[in-house]
Design a protein around this ligand. Structure first.
Ligand code: ZN
Length: 411
């Protein structure tokens, strides 16, 4: 998706605001000697914005509009170090609600729907984003916030909620509770709008069939308004995103160069009309790709694929970008292996090698299985790994997140 003339002029407007506010990005531009951009090539030379830049601006260094125009702040949950504070003007809050209402519309949600909001309210952007968008649309909000499953299920029945907004894990928990209590016939849900974490098809089917609802992935991040900047339509061919508010590029996280449409890489977002805290070429570290071509729904809004993970998970082997999720998907096609696996990458005799360890039970021919797995990986990724098959239970397990990829090249 090449940047358009109109988007370029919007970027220049954002650049002027950032420079006159003396923000970190204004300083980056001064250092690079850039005052404006007039071509897509010039745009691609603009410096990136990083999460660390945003952290360094704590508390209010990102504020780009005059304080009299700032009406609210939000904050990303900083697991490490300082959080990021994003100031919003009235127009930013309004634009976000418009984008979010558009998400609901793409999901076929109407002013006659009753929307139960279970993500958290407070400093982060989740609950309030779902709520403002629903009010903009004109639907009835049931602002539950997270937890208290007992009360959630009671209100869901009494209010006749038709839409559930939730994380995938909470939607799964509610599905299991509803089944356990045998109250499915008292539930009127017809759609679920699920925050865009990576979730497996298996889980999606479980929730969709368990509740008998259609599911929609909503995308967003606090640094760029919040959730609501993209969603899939009923054809489920990727998430449409709102290119009248945002310009999205996909870059190779190693070379930092944009990749062609259709290729996997890191999502980089530029805000086009934000006032409180505009961001130019913000590296999200989320992995996805632009889906080329037109959606059967006929919408002109471009599409991003479902989020495939984080750049930190990505491995570059023999010049090829490989994601653990790709290997995981391949393994899921082999019912004879367990859910445990380990990937080891090393550099031997001047060459990168990838070893994949999988488990199976004693009734399987190990050599035959290893051969079939290696051939499948080669057909998907383009090179042949060494596959080692071991007895069930031999791979390490951990109560926390098991480390599945070990890169020995940089030890
Ligand atoms: Zn569509």
């Amino acid at each position: 998706m090449q940047i358009s003339e109109k988007q370029l002029s919007q970027v220049n407007h954002q650049i002027r605001a950032l420079v006159s506010a003396g923000s970190f990005y204004g300083k980056k531009l001064e250092q690079a000697g850039i005052e404006r951009v007039s071509t897509p090539e010039e745009f691609e030379k603009l410096p990136f914005s990083e999460k660390s830049d945003l952290r360094d601006a704590y508390p209010l260094g990102l504020m780009t509009a005059p304080e009299k125009d700032i009406v609210r702040i939000h904050s990303s949950s900083g697991t490490t170090g300082l959080p990021v504070i994003i100031p919003y003007t009235r127009k930013d809050v309004e634009d976000w609600a418009i984008m979010f209402a558009r998400c609901y519309e793409f999901a076929g949600i109407t002013p006659m729907d009753r929307i139960q909001v279970t993500p958290g309210y407070g400093l982060w952007t989740a609950g309030i984003g779902f709520q403002n968008g629903a009010e903009k649309l004109g639907a009835m909000v049931i602002p539950m916030g997270p937890g208290n499953t007992e009360k959630q299920l009671q209100m869901m029945q009494d209010m006749g909620s038709t839409v559930l907004c939730s994380t995938s894990s909470y939607a799964l928990l509610l599905t299991e509770e509803i089944e356990k209590r045998g109250i499915k016939n008292k539930i009127k849900l017809r759609k679920g709008v699920i925050g865009s974490e990576r979730w497996s098809d298996k889980m999606r089917r479980r929730i969709g069939e368990g509740l008998g609802i259609e599911l929609y992935d909503i995308y967003g991040l606090t640094e760029i308004y919040g959730p609501g900047i993209g969603i899939n339509c009923k054809y489920n061919t990727g998430m449409h995103y709102w290119d009248d508010y945002l310009y999205i590029e996909i870059i190779d996280p190693h070379t930092l160069k944009p990749v062609p449409d259709g290729e996997m890489g890191e999502i980089v977002i530029t805000t086009l009309v934000k006032e409180g805290a505009p961001l130019i070429r913000y590296r999200t570290h989320d992995l996805s790709r632009i889906i080329p071509g037109e959606c059967p729904c006929g919408s002109r809004f471009p599409r991003l694929d479902t989020i495939m993970g984080r750049t930190d998970d990505m491995m570059k082997i023999k010049g090829v970008n490989v994601f653990p999720s790709q290997i995981e998907e391949i393994l899921q096609g082999f019912p004879e292996v367990s859910s445990e696996y380990q990937i080891r990458i090393s550099h031997l005799d001047g060459k990168d090698t990838m070893r994949i360890y999988v488990e199976t039970n004693g009734s399987v021919d190990f050599a035959d299985l290893a051969g079939r797995l290696a051939a499948k990986v080669k057909s998907v990724i383009g090179f042949t790994p060494l596959v080692k098959v071991v007895e069930n239970g031999l791979l390490p397990r951990s109560e926390k997140k098991t480390k599945r990829v070990i890169d020995e090249r940089y030890d």
